[in-house]
Ligand binder design. Structure first.
Ligand code: FDA
Length: 307
């Protein structure tokens, strides 16, 4: 099922056909805060009132022309203006391909720099999401180009990639904040673990590295991005055993997934940040979410059929 949804997320014809279906629209309502920035800001305001922080994702990926990539960056500038003017507690999360990585590293870097500069002006932080392994090296190249000038930028590491331990050591050395997640793309066994137990173990190993004294000292702050309670508990236990303060790391989860757990952690005094996607380009994002938990797809389908 996961492979089927990943195929759906990447196929253009299927996208055209199924993004108009009632099923896909129902799924989008579950995982996306709305089509507009105003709806996303309203959702973040409600979360902030409940003690949850946010990171805003203006949905989109794989810009095919420079005009599309520039328009995507402009969309982020608008989002940052809203964050600045409303005072909501939110970072932004950006996909490099949305800002033109397929059109060249230098172009993407220049386009993204406008967004990072505005984020710094309003005192917020930009996280570079990580996409499929075809983009890992180039995403790091853009990241390091940005970090030469800006310190309000971090990146995502996917624990399923075999290379990630080496990447994490490099990021710790450079003092770059890391969001650690399992990984959401279809990858061959030559580059990624496939067994759940291997991916979970890699999450734990990398979490421990990112909570080490050296990582904390250098500023490679850990954001553990998962809804997996076992990994969350393992992180809390490791931090407690090593007297690591709660302020040294945060938990991150996706909008619409396990909201009760998000709230519970915030109520316990942990920093929790919710990834809030918005916009009309929701299709691939939503298909990846359905692939992670096909039970949601069956639930939505049954609701539509029995209505
Ligand atoms: P797992 O899939 O084992 O889920 C644990 C439990 O959470 C499930 O049993 C279920 O209860 C619930 N759950 C998880 N996913 C669900 C879903 N889709 N629908 C309903 N319930 C669900 N990936 C990537 O490759 N690059 C990136 O940049 C990011 N960025 C990112 C940011 C944030 C804040 C998060 C939380 C995640 C990402 N990811 C990502 C996605 C990540 O790689 C991973 O695919 C998902 O988080 C699902 O994995 P879990 O760690 O939650 O575990």
């Amino acid at each position: 099922m996961r492979a089927l949804f990943l195929l759906l997320s990447a196929n253009r014809q299927l996208k055209r056909w199924s993004s108009r279906s009632r099923f896909a629209r129902a799924a989008a309502r579950r995982f996306v805060a709305g089509d507009s920035i105003e709806q996303a800001i309203a959702a973040i305001r409600t979360m902030n009132e409940r003690g949850l922080k946010a990171t805003l994702d203006h949905l989109g990926e794989n810009a095919e022309t420079e005009a599309q990539a520039i328009a995507a960056a402009d969309g982020y500038l608008v989002a940052l203006d809203y964050i600045g003017q409303t005072g909501v507690q939110s970072h932004v999360s950006v996909k490099a391909t949305q800002l033109g990585l397929d059109l060249g590293t230098a172009f993407c870097l220049a386009n993204l720099e406008r967004v990072v500069a505005r984020a710094r002006e309003i005192g917020t932080f930009l996280r570079m999401d990580m996409e499929s392994s075809a983009y890992t090296d180039r995403t790091f190249e853009v990241l390091h180009g940005l970090r030469d000038e800006y310190d309000n930028v971090g990146v995502v590491v996917q624990a399923y990639l075999l290379r990630s331990r080496v990447d994490v050591l490099g990021l710790i050395d450079a003092g770059i904040p890391v969001r650690l997640c399992k990984g959401a793309y279809k990858e061959p066994a030559s580059v990624a673990f496939h067994r759940k137990s291997d991916i979970d173990q890699s999450m734990i190993d990398l979490m421990q590295l990112l909570l080490s004294e050296e990582a904390r000292h250098k500023g490679a702050r850990l954001a553990l991005a998962t809804h997996d309670e076992k990994l969350i508990e393992a992180t809390k236990a490791f931090a407690d055993a090593h007297d690591i303060p709660r302020s040294a790391y945060e938990f991150q989860m996706l909008y619409g997934i396990r909201p009760a757990l998000q709230q519970q952690l915030a109520d316990e005094g942990f920093e929790v940040r919710v990834y809030v996607p918005y916009g009309t380009e929701w299709y691939p994002y939503v298909m990846r979410r359905l692939g992670e938990r096909p039970a949601t797809a069956w639930f939505l389908l049954r609701n539509l059929l029995t209505r």
